[in-house]
Design a protein around this ligand. Structure first.
Ligand SMILES: O=C(O)CCC(=O)C(=O)O
Ligand SMILES: [Fe+2]
Length: 331
């Protein structure tokens, strides 16, 4: 593994680093896919016509998810995501907070890498997703650019935080493939060293997603393809500009992206859970197990219900155009 100073230096310089062979599929990742399958089973029980249920429950992962995705379930991605719905938070809002995901977030091998970037005082950030991307040809037309199930538009991760978080959050993204991820099945792409431009102006893109203003201008840069094997992790700088390609393969592309922020800096997603997962002082670690973690999410949910949203994107990021990509590229 790359030495301490090297990983930090490379991330700061290039905006991304791939660290190979960190996780073990059977031990660290397969349990999450099993839990995803359990969620699918529950959705089949709830939404599938009775006569098809038993047959569907016996399908394998891919066939089952394909079946579930055709059941017209409102906001299907939410059932597989470890966060509250952005809007319309209700008492019964569901989210994917499985024991296996708790194990991933607190995984020692991941935290040992993150420590090289953020230092020894580390909080789990509530900005996290799991993404099950079917072959694009199987997606309904309207979902092709939908970041969780289809392509993700050009963006910087800092842009999805509150204005306070954008300024002060010291955060790193850990992107984790559950399937080998290639150019063909929709890996992320980025541009080397473009993170050095700092935070750029973003606008509300397709379906209110966060997207760099004038992102077409990025097409003229040489992309870096962030391909990865199962077991590898990819770290992204908060100002790395990245997007993902369409899944042109016949298989699924599955991944999770979790984040950490340095203690003492804001998460940018208050009041969602932001708690110590590493510290030199063991007293700082107050969330020790899965049930405490779920309780944190439920507490946050109760805070979000009256205001009806879990988080908001401050868009456009800047009301004036000083930090528009179009302005900065001509300088
Ligand atoms: O997996 C993807 O398609 C995009 C992920 C991403 O933007 C992230 O992890 O920050
Ligand atoms: Fe991102």
């Amino acid at each position: 593994m790359k030495s301490n100073s090297k990983i930090k230096e490379i991330l700061k310089r290039d905006g991304f680093v791939k660290v190979k062979n960190i996780l073990n599929f059977n031990k660290d990742l397969k349990p999450i896919m099993k839990d995803m399958e359990f969620v699918m089973d529950c959705l089949i029980q709830k939404f599938a016509p009775k006569i098809y249920r038993n047959k569907a429950l016996n399908y394998d992962f891919r066939k089952k998810y394909t079946y579930v995705s055709k059941l017209n379930i409102y906001d299907l991605d939410q059932y597989f995501n470890t966060r509250l719905p952005r809007d319309h938070v209700k008492k019964d809002s569901d989210y994917f907070a499985s024991h296996s995901l708790w194990n991933l977030i607190t995984n020692k091998k991941i935290l040992d890498v993150v420590k090289k970037i953020l230092g020894s005082e580390i909080l789990s950030s509530p900005v996290q997703n799991t993404r099950i991307k079917q072959p694009e040809k199987k997606l309904p037309k309207g979902s092709v650019h939908d970041g969780l199930s289809g392509r993700t538009p050009w963006h910087q991760d800092a842009a999805v935080l509150s204005t306070h978080g954008q300024k002060f959050c010291d955060m790193v993204t850990v992107w984790i493939p559950f399937t080998k991820t290639t150019k063909n099945n929709g890996c992320m792409i980025t541009i080397k060293e473009i993170n050095k431009m700092g935070l750029l102006n973003h606008i509300s893109g397709y379906r209110g997603q966060v997207e760099i203003k004038n992102s077409k201008l990025l097409d003229k840069f040489k992309p870096v393809y962030l391909q990865a094997n199962v077991g590898d992790i990819i770290l992204l700088h908060k100002h790395s500009i990245h997007c993902s390609l369409p899944n042109k393969s016949n298989n699924f592309r599955i991944s999770a992206d979790i984040r950490y922020n340095r203690a003492g800096t804001p998460s940018g997603r208050k009041p969602l859970p932001n708690f110590y997962v590493r510290s030199k002082n063991k007293k700082n670690i107050k969330i020790h197990n899965y049930k405490q973690w779920v309780a944190l999410w439920e507490k946050a949910k109760n805070k979000c219900i009256p205001r009806k949203y879990a988080f908001k994107y401050p868009l456009p990021t800047f009301k004036h155009n000083h930090r528009d990509l179009s302005n900065l590229l001509t300088k």
